[in-house]
Design a protein around this ligand. Structure first.
Ligand code: HEC
Ligand code: HEC
Ligand code: HEC
Ligand code: HEC
Ligand code: HEC
Length: 220
């Protein structure tokens, strides 16, 4: 009886079985990498905005404080994005002819809010709150990076659980004096400390910071 399967078939099947195993491994690893890639975490990605509002311009060059626009950040879970009226405080007088500002004027005239595209968003099953972080001495820059150098806002950190926990386990590495929350250039030496280590130890005690790692802190 002739051989039904050519001997080479065995080699082929072994190769293909191995291939499937390798592929499965790669997909698993691939999925893992995908979850942590900028594509899914949004790190470094800028979003198109209806108006190319520049933090570098308004914060760094003009020196406007974060709270002028993000008014609720100290008292509420949300930092909030400013209403058109805040822009018009200045832009009803400055750069009134600017083409770029046409949508701002239109929004003001028609009393419809500007639809900014959101950059940061934690998973909806997690609880996040700005005010507690501000009260305990965590600066904007620790989580958002150098906003004052960004023309369009990019997300600096992953906002994944491991990122939150890295700080919750060792807040002394990030805490700063409360009056320096909005200062993007602050260094421990400016407040008379040798380094972050010395400052962190002192402030963790002063502000009674606890290491919050129990699941229910963020998954309520
Ligand atoms: C003149 C007003 C103004 C000032 C001052 C200002 N911002 Fe903003 N900010 C905005 C506007 C408008 C947006 C929404 C458009 C965008 O994302 O760029 C925004 C967006 C942001 C976002 C992204 C929000 C999101 O969608 O996730 C962060 C983070 C932020 N600002 C932080 C800061 C920090 C930190 C400071 C101070 C260093 C600051 N801002 C100062 C107006 C301002
Ligand atoms: C405290 C005053 C002030 C506020 C509030 C303010 N701006 Fe401005 N903005 C300025 C000044 C001054 C300039 C010109 C900066 C320069 O070119 O040096 C400017 C420039 C701009 C430009 C560039 C215009 C061009 O044609 O180059 C845009 C866009 C802009 N602002 C958008 C906004 C938006 C949107 C808001 C509200 C979220 C806002 N601004 C709030 C003062 C302000
Ligand atoms: C401990 C980290 C942390 C600190 C400190 C922090 N933020 Fe945020 N910020 C976040 C996270 C996480 C989000 C996304 C929140 C969400 O999806 O509900 C966010 C969102 C925002 C937004 C989008 C609108 C909103 O309210 O969700 C703005 C604006 C903002 N932050 C501004 C600021 C400013 C200004 C400061 C400093 C006073 C600051 N943040 C300090 C982590 C932080
Ligand atoms: C750079 C440091 C830092 C980062 C990053 C950070 N946190 Fe925090 N968080 C703190 C500190 C400090 C406290 C105050 C702890 C205390 O109450 O003593 C806190 C408190 C909280 C609280 C209040 C807990 C309670 O029971 O009172 C919540 C909720 C929270 N963080 C959620 C988050 C989430 C979600 C993330 C990530 C998206 C995050 N935090 C990232 C430093 C940080
Ligand atoms: C400081 C805040 C914080 C604490 C404390 C925390 N988580 Fe999370 N957790 C998050 C955030 C933010 C996400 C969403 C982003 C992500 O998936 O990493 C998350 C996601 C998850 C997920 C979804 C799976 C995943 O990786 O996407 C599970 C499951 C989870 N957490 C379980 C836990 C358990 C169990 C604990 C206690 C041992 C815990 N978490 C403590 C912030 C926290």
């Amino acid at each position: 009886m002739p051989q039904i399967f050519h001997r080479a078939f065995n080699t082929i099947s072994v190769v293909s079985i191995l291939g499937v195993a390798v592929l499965a491994g790669l997909t698993g690893g691939g999925l893992y990498l995908l979850v942590r890639s900028p594509y899914t975490t949004g790190v470094g990605v800028t979003r198109d905005q209806p108006i190319p509002f520049s933090h570098a311009h308004h914060v760094n060059e003009l020196g406007i404080d974060c709270r002028y626009c993000h008014t609720s950040v100290e008292d509420s879970s949300y930092a909030s994005v400013p209403p058109t009226k805040t822009c018009m405080n200045c832009h009803s007088q400055i750069w009134v002819g600017s083409e770029m500002l046409a949508p701002v004027r239109e929004s003001y005239r028609t009393d419809t809010s500007i639809e900014w595209n959101r950059v940061h968003r934690v998973a909806e099953f997690c609880y996040f709150n700005h005010s507690i972080h501000i009260k305990k001495g965590i600066g904007c820059v620790s989580c958002h990076g150098r906003i004052d150098h960004m023309h369009l806002v990019r997300q600096q950190n992953t906002l994944l659980m491991e990122w939150c926990l890295d700080c919750h386990r060792q807040p002394e590495k990030y805490v700063r004096p409360r009056d320096q929350i909005y200062n993007m250039n602050f260094k421990p030496q400016d407040a008379g400390y040798k380094n972050q280590e010395e400052m962190g130890k002192a402030l963790v005690e002063k502000y009674e910071i606890r290491s919050k790692t129990s699941c229910s802190a963020c998954h309520r």
